[in-house]
Design a protein around this ligand. Structure first.
Ligand SMILES: NC(=O)c1ccc[n+]([C@@H]2O[C@H](COP(=O)([O-])OP(=O)(O)OC[C@H]3O[C@@H](n4cnc5c(N)ncnc54)[C@H](O)[C@@H]3O)[C@@H](O)[C@H]2O)c1
Length: 436
């Protein structure tokens, strides 16, 4: 089968490559000419474990093509996936400009029946808008061509995207016709040979499922952050509380880690967009408003702890480990590190940072506002404090004896609760974390 995937970002590039890995012929389309030129040279725009070799292998095998113009491949394919960005609008709702632009191009240039699948995260009702835009373009051409629309929200996690796509927990597909259902079944069957975990449903429910999933995960994080903050006040240890509640099978252990707030390209914007969708329908999402409020405050918690223990921060050299919004990615969209760095700079600190993969991205975003260390030990030289923001594996068991000698003041604030409190004290550190 031949398919096109429009938008060659995290979702489009990973999905396209994984479909190609299963033998599908895939055209990855992006309007960003530099991105496509680089991909044609084998240079990837993102860091994602395992992706580079898979892209190169499938490109080499002639199953993965990178093009800038959807119209050039539109009539070779049976299915067009739209995986373009849906950034927040000024008011927080999802900006559908790119999704509808893809629909317009499809309507303008299609010459045969097509299935158009929205993979981007979009509010309920978007498939209807996509259908309308395509139909308007067909009407302009006096064309009687038919087409199907479907919704297939993506649940991959950056940092584990290949694994998530190749062996998904489930695949959600919203369809309106048997023809669309049959095509989607053919496309996904190779991923689920011994247990076909595609959940077919109506299109609005599929669109809603993605937002509900992200909103639930964000809620768990903010809930645990609130519990952690209270633990500190009343003298409880949130790690113990987490274990205690996680072992209840109704609750489960995952996504119960307190920290310095959630970030990334999805949770913040999707929570905002869902609140907005609800308010447009006159319904206030009270829980999600609180989830957002807790998260905003939590992003500054390391800064507040630092201020509490150091006092005046003017001129202080502060080391940061971890810039990406989570490990195994170089993505810094909405990362808590950006909020902390901004606050440190405003307070007159000299910030020196290290991240195993996000240094280029940080340079692009922060330029010469901060110093960039050559490794994690270089970052702590003469620092008055070390803040851990992203729990990369390389940060989990550092040589504390060496770090103690390098720092000007042995103060560590652990935003991800990954170090042992007693051990840190034994090494002679002033050690603070979240909720303990
Ligand atoms: N990143 C994730 O982990 C993730 C996970 C699940 C769902 N999603 C959702 O998937 C969608 C895409 O996210 P992403 O992180 O891959 O975005 P991204 O910003 O990394 O990539 C989007 C790409 O679309 C391209 N584009 C924009 N308009 C275009 C057009 N008209 N034609 C062709 N290309 C166009 C951009 O140049 C960009 O390369 C969003 O709706 C997001 O919410 C993201």
């Amino acid at each position: 089968m031949k398919i096109a995937i429009v938008g060659t970002g995290y979702v489009g590039l990973v999905s396209g490559t994984c479909f190609a890995e299963m033998g599908t012929d895939v055209f990855c389309v992006d309007v960003n000419e530099e991105k496509i030129a680089n991909l044609n040279k084998g240079i990837l725009p993102i860091y994602e474990p395992g992706l580079e070799e898979m892209v190169l292998r499938n490109k080499e095998a002639g199953r993965l093509h990178f093009v800038t113009d959807l119209s050039s491949c539109l009539n070779e394919v049976e299915v067009v996936f739209s995986a373009v960005g849906t950034p927040p609008d000024e008011d927080g709702s999802a900006d559908l400009r790119y999704v509808l632009e893809v629909a317009r191009t499809v309507g303008r240039y299609m010459e045969k029946h097509l299935l158009i699948v929205t993979k981007s995260t979009v509010p309920v009702g978007t498939a209807r808008k996509v259908r309308q835009v395509i139909q308007e373009e067909l009407d302009k051409r006096h064309s009687s061509l038919t087409f199907d629309v479907a919704s297939n929200p993506e649940f991959l996690k950056e940092g584990a995207a290949i694994k998530d796509f190749m062996s998904p927990d489930r695949i959600v597909v919203g369809v309106e016709s048997d023809r669309a259902r049959e095509l989607m079944t053919r496309l996904y069957r190779p991923f689920l040979l011994n247990n076909f975990r595609v959940i077919f449903m109506d299109v609005p429910s599929a669109e809603m499922t993605k937002y509900a999933a992200n909103a639930m995960l964000a809620t768990r994080i903010s809930f645990m952050n609130d519990i952690a903050n209270l633990c500190e006040i009343v003298g409880a240890d949130v790690n113990m509380v987490r274990k205690g509640i996680g072992s209840d099978i109704r609750i489960g252990h995952r996504f119960l880690y307190p920290g310095c707030g959630y970030g990334g390209s999805c949770f913040p914007k999707d929570v905002k967009a869902l609140i907005k969708t609800a308010s447009k329908h006159g319904y206030p999402m009270r829980i999600l408003q609180a989830v957002e409020e807790v998260n905003e405050s939590q992003k500054s918690i390391l800064f507040r702890k630092l201020q509490q223990h150091i006092g005046d921060l003017q001129g202080k050299r502060i080391a940061i480990w971890g810039l990406a919004f989570k490990p195994e990615t170089d993505d810094m969209r909405e990362a808590p590190s950006l909020v902390v760095i901004r606050k440190l700079l405003e307070a007159g600190c000299q910030v020196v940072a290290f991240d195993p993969e996000a240094m280029d991205e940080a340079r692009r975003r922060l330029g010469n506002e901060i110093d960039y260390a050559k490794d994690m030990y270089d970052a702590v030289v003469d620092a008055e404090a070390l803040l851990l923001l992203t729990e990369w594996k390389v940060f989990r068991l550092p040589s504390w004896a060496a770090i103690h000698k390098l720092m000007a003041r042995p103060l560590v604030i652990d935003g991800r609760n990954i170090y042992d409190m007693v051990e840190m004290q034994e090494y002679g550190f002033e050690y603070y974390c979240i909720g303990r």
